[in-house]
Design a protein around this ligand. Structure first.
Ligand code: PSV
Ligand code: MN
Ligand code: MN
Length: 388
């Protein structure tokens, strides 16, 4: 059986990064339902992220999205975050919301538009220099809608050229997290549709380019834990954008739609000893809370990741290995299911209490008065960025 002290130490070391845009108003293309108290500025998003960290003890960094979080002085923003007890994490680029990008950003047939898009990526690295961020997260909406619309292979060449320029601008301690997505907003070809394409570009770029797996970006039924295992073996898994989905890129709370899938993913992470922040994987959330209260939803999401992780840590690895070696199919499966079916909530509550946290972070948040305070202070909340 796994040693409980080891399980607790691993859970204590776990870090989850929250997204600034998760705190702001969001919705679907049909309607954004505004909520009272949502942040009006990057500073207020960071304050909310710090609040999530205060109650969970496990979310000490917040990812920014540029230009949604554009400020005059990024050094000052980083100091502001540090004073609140959090760090600025990944810088996300945005080359999908400008009219110029109708036919693509870095893969656009027009070199002037490609230059503009690539310059934005380079600017994001300058921001990282000021915030002390390690990770540049790249997601491209680029693609085509109709066969023949553009040359698929030329677009790959243009993508590779922009990535090369960006990679060459990275500082020594910085890296690229390259995200892929099967479809949307492009419907026929997406220029970075899957992990294989992202992986191939990362290999071409070099050591400091790694793949970011957004759990909502696959075809239904895709075996995500296989992708995790494969990329770990190749040393090319850099990050997760965690969220959950029933149909497409639903961006619901991680662990809500399929907690078993989240467990299977974390099982591969634990199997590879890749949980500790020192290993270098950035476990981020990338989700929106369209109808539910944002801060408690993000606390819930952090807890969902912790619960899946605790279960993965409880897998009896020796028993599993033995059953696998002996070809005992049912026994091996039972070892995994025993861990999955363990109620780990008392263990996590105990751990929080030992660390001076409230065992029930959501109840503690509701009691804290923070929600009432922000509702009183923040007259009109900002939209996350989509459709803004
Ligand atoms: C795209 O669907 C995505 O997952 C990318 O990570 C973006 O940066 C993020 O959503 C926010 O739109
Ligand atoms: Mn994402
Ligand atoms: Mn997405």
């Amino acid at each position: 059986m796994p040693d409980l002290a080891h399980v607790k130490a691993a859970l204590r070391a776990q870090r989850i990064e929250t997204p600034s845009w998760g705190y702001a108003n969001s919705g679907t293309r049909f309607k954004v339902f505004p909520q009272a108290g949502v942040p009006r500025s990057p500073e207020e998003k960071i304050a909310d992220a710090a609040t999530v960290h205060r109650f969970t003890g496990a979310a000490p960094s917040v990812a920014l999205h540029i230009p949604w979080d554009r400020v005059e002085d990024y050094g000052a923003l980083a100091r502001y975050a540090r004073d609140l007890g959090v760090a600025i994490g990944a810088i996300n680029t945005n080359v999908f919301q400008d009219n110029d990008y109708r036919l693509g950003s870095v893969t656009n047939p027009d070199p002037v538009i490609r230059r503009k898009a690539t310059d934005h990526l380079l600017e994001a690295i300058s921001i990282m220099d000021l915030t002390g961020s390690r990770d540049l997260k790249l997601w491209f909406s680029d693609g085509i809608n109709y066969p023949g619309q553009d040359d698929i292979r030329d677009r790959q060449d243009r993508l590779a050229a922009a990535l090369r320029q960006t990679y060459d601008r990275l500082g020594e301690d910085q890296r690229i997290l390259l995200e892929y997505k099967l479809f949307e907003p492009a419907f026929y070809v997406t220029d970075l549709p899957d992990w294989g394409t992202s992986y191939a570009h990362c290999v071409e770029l070099g050591e400091r380019a790694t793949v970011c797996i957004d759990t909502g970006h696959h075809a239904p039924g895709t075996n995500i834990e296989f992708i995790v295992a494969f990329l770990l073996r190749q040393n090319k898994l850099g990050a997760f954008d965690f969220n959950s989905r029933f149909y497409a890129d639903d961006d619901l709370m991680v662990g809500a739609a399929d907690p078993f899938q989240l467990f299977r993913i974390m099982n591969e992470i634990v199997r590879a000893d890749a949980l500790d922040p020192a290993y270098g994987i950035n476990f981020m959330l990338d989700q929106c809370h369209n109808i539910e209260a944002k801060i408690p939803a993000i606390i819930r999401s952090v807890m969902n990741v912790q619960e899946a992780t605790a279960k993965a840590l409880l897998v009896d690895r020796d028993a599993l290995r033995e059953a696998q070696q002996e070809g005992k199919v049912l026994e091996a499966n039972a070892v995994l299911m025993d861990a999955y079916n363990t109620d780990v909530r008392p263990l996590l509550a105990e751990l929080r209490a030992e660390d001076g946290l409230d065992p029930d972070p959501i109840a503690a948040y509701h009691r804290s008065g923070y929600q009432q305070q922000i509702e009183a202070e923040r007259a009109e909340g900002q939209q996350a960025g989509w459709g803004a």
